[in-house]
Design a protein. Sequence first.
Length: 293
Amino acid sequence: MIYVVCGPTGSGKTKASLVLSEKLSAPIINADAFQIYQDMNIGTAKIEKDHPLYDRHFLLDIKKPSDSFSVQEYQYLFRKTLEQLQKQYDNIIVCGGTGLYIKASLYDYDFPKDNNVDVSDLEKLSNGELFALLEEIDHDATINLHKNNRKRVIRAITIARNGLTKSENIQKQKHEMIYSDVRILFINPDRTKLYENINNRVDQMFDEGLVNEVKNLLNNYELSLTAKAAIGYKEVISYIQGELSLEECKELIKKRTRNYAKRQITYFKNQLECEAYSSSEQLIKEIKDGINI
RNA sequence: GGGAGGGUAGCGAAGAGGCUAAACGCGGCAGACUGUAAAUCUGUUACCUACGGUUUCGGCAGUUCGAAUCUGCCCCCUCCCA
């Protein structure tokens, strides 16, 4: 059985996954886009290296902050890792908050190979022009896409220039999970409590030395575009550079984390078939009591 | 005590007689999502028994066919001089 423990940041996924891991003697595959990075610990709320269960984790600390990363690579690593682990374990836990990584790994998502087609001509086009162009070459891809979502419009055009269009690629998939026996446990706490929790956790990160962690990162690495996008890191960088006061920096991180949590909830609720739990405590209780698990 | 400027939806902030239930930003809520996803983007946000109705722009009383916008009084806030 594959147990996916998911939920927004600050919902207590890690705690619950550890309890479940002990109970089932199962390994844990990380499904968090930023916990894959080494030396990004405090800001990603990663389990400590000296934790007794640290060694049960996979896809944790596997990349340098200077490396870029993508869903495609994650999907590849996930499937490879899972295959290996399944030889040894009956139960496997997947824990993380990056919905797309989870979905792309579990379902038959198939990312086209990048042939490095030239798309430099697209940069100078307006959103409207890009959208019109996409309508010509892949009208179906346009249906659920807003013209202002420039990034995705460009990606869809790029895919089409690669060979198969995005919609053709999606059509040829069955939209089914490629694994059987998967249960997705979704921790969806009360909103007010979640937000409070996030606010407190950010303050705690600063107490634990987030600023120093970021300083060390800047000294040791040329951060990749992906690593640089992490909430809690980009803001502290602005603080270090004097663009924000400490207070502004903290508040901004809290706000962006709350916004992010909201987006995660939307994703889990609507993109995955989840069993919902109202708190990590509830999940943990059911695990311990052996209810349903 | 004298002088100046203010009080607008959850917050910030426009509007200076009808086109205003009130721009815009933030926050909130809802949603999309197939190579940066802690990203990118969209919708919505006074209230209601909602193709219509009800009550709003510090308070009260006026002027006017019509007021957030004009007048009077009152209550608060900020700054400057005492």
